[in-house]
Each structure stands twice: as structure tokens, then as C-alpha cells.
Design a protein around this ligand. Structure first.
Ligand SMILES: Nc1ncnc2c1ncn2[C@@H]1O[C@H](COP(=O)(O)OP(=O)(O)OP(=O)(O)O)[C@@H](O)[C@H]1O
Length: 274
């Protein structure tokens, strides 16, 4: 399928009535007693080229929602479309006209160290996903060198192992790896929370630049409201599995309508000095 010419008016992601339930068992081998609804009937759209942040307190279902979009947790009910293509079992599209979801959407996680194989060199880490897709080794290496440069890592990094990098450099490496397959959407789950503040800012600038250069659409999960305000076009607020408010970042973060959003914003910590 030609994924280069999607109609610009079609949302990158369209979610309708998405529900994710986890089974509750008495013990590992016992029968399912009940279900816990982590994501409850959530609907939203992510327009192409935009950054939508998902916010809400710990445990409200942000990560589960995002993971369910790429098949890391199973969807219980609801529909997901990527660029207008219905998603089903890791594929997007219908009949023979399908594309792998992982060719369109890549996810980046909070902890850059645990998401990199410590026994692989950067060359292996970056080239493996595209070699598996049939890209010749030399071309994969050339793409890796180009991306390392783009994320401001030296070309000499190709022969190194993950432990030889700082936390911020490792996250750059994860970003480069996610871009190797030339995805159209990035799902970023707390990607700066393990980094110190100055490095956080560099990674956020990098993501924003990449969005502008490559036209990427980004779903961004963060607890940091300042970061969310600085980076996002739109904000979706979740509470106990429900989407309670969604709109332009400036509106939701400065003039929230929902009572929970008001409480969430009021709870942003400030230091009181006596
Ligand atoms: N595999 C699982 N099995 C059972 N329950 C799960 C599973 N994964 C998540 N949950 C539960 O689903 C709820 C939502 O979890 P999730 O990780 O999506 O929250 P979150 O909003 O991303 O939290 P945080 O901000 O702390 O990362 C939580 O109550 C969690 O305990």
C-alpha cells in the first residue's frame, strides 16, 4: 500500500468508543472473577501533524489507552482508524490492501535504558527493524547514520552499546530507532520524565522539530503540565478510564470546563516559602 499519499484531511488516529478491560483472577491459575475497566468508552481524533497530550492522574488509563492503539494490550471493544484505515490485529486496512500498524505508528517509552537491548550495538539496534522489513543492510546502515546525525548523536556511536550513553543520549537513540521505519505517528509515554530538566528541554525541542520537518503526528503522555502546555496543540484529560475533556491546549489548560480538569490543574505543585 502506498502510505505516502494519505488525504491530509483524514485524522492520523481516530478512536471511537475504545474500551480496555483487564481480567481479575483470584490467583494466577484461577478463573476470571471479574473485569477491571482501565479505558472506558474513549473517543478522540488526532489530526495529522498535530501533538495531542493525554493527561490525568496516575492509574487513569493513559498508558493502557496508548498501548492498545499498537496492540500491546488487547482492545475489548471500540474502533481505531489510522489515516482512515480500520485497525484489526496489528494491521490497518481491509482485504489485501493492508499495512502493518508498526509501519505507521511507533512508540517511545519512559525508560530509555530498559527499552534498548544491552547486548546489541547501536548499528544492530537501529538496523534490525528495517532489515526485518527487507531493507538491504547497506541502506539500513546509511539510514541509521543519517538519523543519528538528526538526533545529534555522533556517527562514532554506531559501534557503541547502550550503557556507553547518558540517559538523554539513550532517549535520542530510542527516537532514532523509532524513526528508522519512517513512521507517521509517534506515541510518547512519559519520554522525558527519567531525564534531568535541561535534557528534557532538548528532547522536547527535538520532538517538536521532527514533527515540523517530517509532518509527524504525536500522542504525548506526560504528568508535567508545563511541558504539556509548551508542546501540545490539543489536550485530552482522562479520569478513571474516561475522557472527560478534550480541546485546544490553550483552552483546556487556561479555561478548563470540567471539574476534574480544574482540580488537576490546581494540584500542580508549587513551593511555599514561609
Ligand atoms: N496488564 C494489566 N493487568 C491488569 N491491570 C492493569 C494492567 N495494566 C494496567 N492495569 C491497570 O489499569 C489502570 C490504568 O493503568 P495505566 O498504566 O494505563 O495508567 P496511567 O494513567 O498510564 O498511570 P501512570 O501515569 O502511573 O503511568 C491501573 O489501575 C492499572 O493498575
Amino acid at each position: 500500500m502506498n502510505t505516502e499519499n494519505f488525504d491530509k484531511a483524514v485524522p492520523a488516529i481516530e478512536v471511537n468508543g475504545l474500551t480496555v478491560k483487564f481480567p481479575i483472577r483470584g490467583g494466577v491459575f484461577s478463573k476470571v472473577k471479574d473485569y477491571f475497566t482501565a479505558v472506558d468508552n474513549v473517543s478522540f481524533t488526532l489530526p495529522q501533524g498535530k501533538i495531542l497530550s493525554i493527561v490525568g492522574e496516575s492509574g487513569c488509563g493513559k498508558s493502557t489507552l496508548v498501548k492498545s492503539l499498537v496492540g500491546l494490550v488487547p482492545v475489548s471493544s471500540g474502533k481505531v482508524n489510522l489515516f482512515g484505515l480500520p485497525v484489526n490485529g496489528g494491521k490497518a486496512g481491509t482485504g489485501k490492501d493492508v499495512v502493518r500498524v508498526s509501519d505507521l505508528v511507533q512508540m517511545i517509552f519512559q525508560d530509555p535504558f530498559s527499552s534498548l537491548n544491552p547486548r546489541q550495538t547501536v548499528t544492530e539496534i537501529l538496523t534490525a527493524p528495517v532489515i526485518a522489513r527487507g531493507v538491504p543492510y547497506d541502506e539500513a546502515c546509511a539510514r541509521a547514520v543519517e538519523l543519528l546525525k538528526r538526533v545529534s548523536l555522533p556517527a562514532g556511536a554506531m559501534d557503541k552499546f547502550p550503557h556507553e550513553f547518558s540517559g538523554g543520549q539513550r532517549q535520542r537513540l530510542c527516537i532514532a530507532r523509532s524513526l528508522m521505519v519512517r513512521p507517521k505517528v509517534l506515541l510518547c509515554d512519559e519520554v522525558t520524565s527519567a531525564l534531568d530538566v535541561s535534557v528534557q528541554a532538548q528532547i522536547l525541542h527535538l520532538l517538536d522539530d521532527l514533527r515540523n520537518e517530517l509532518g509527524l503526528s504525536i500522542l504525548f503522555i506526560s504528568h508535567d503540565m508545563q511541558v504539556v502546555h509548551a508542546l501540545s496543540d490539543e489536550v485530552l484529560v482522562m479520569y478513571f478510564g474516561h475522557a472527560v475533556e478534550h480541546g485546544p491546549a490553550d483552552v483546556v489548560l487556561t479555561n478548563p470546563q470540567n471539574d476534574y480538569t480544574k482540580k488537576l490543574l490546581a494540584s500542580v505543585p508549587t513551593i511555599r516559602r514561609e
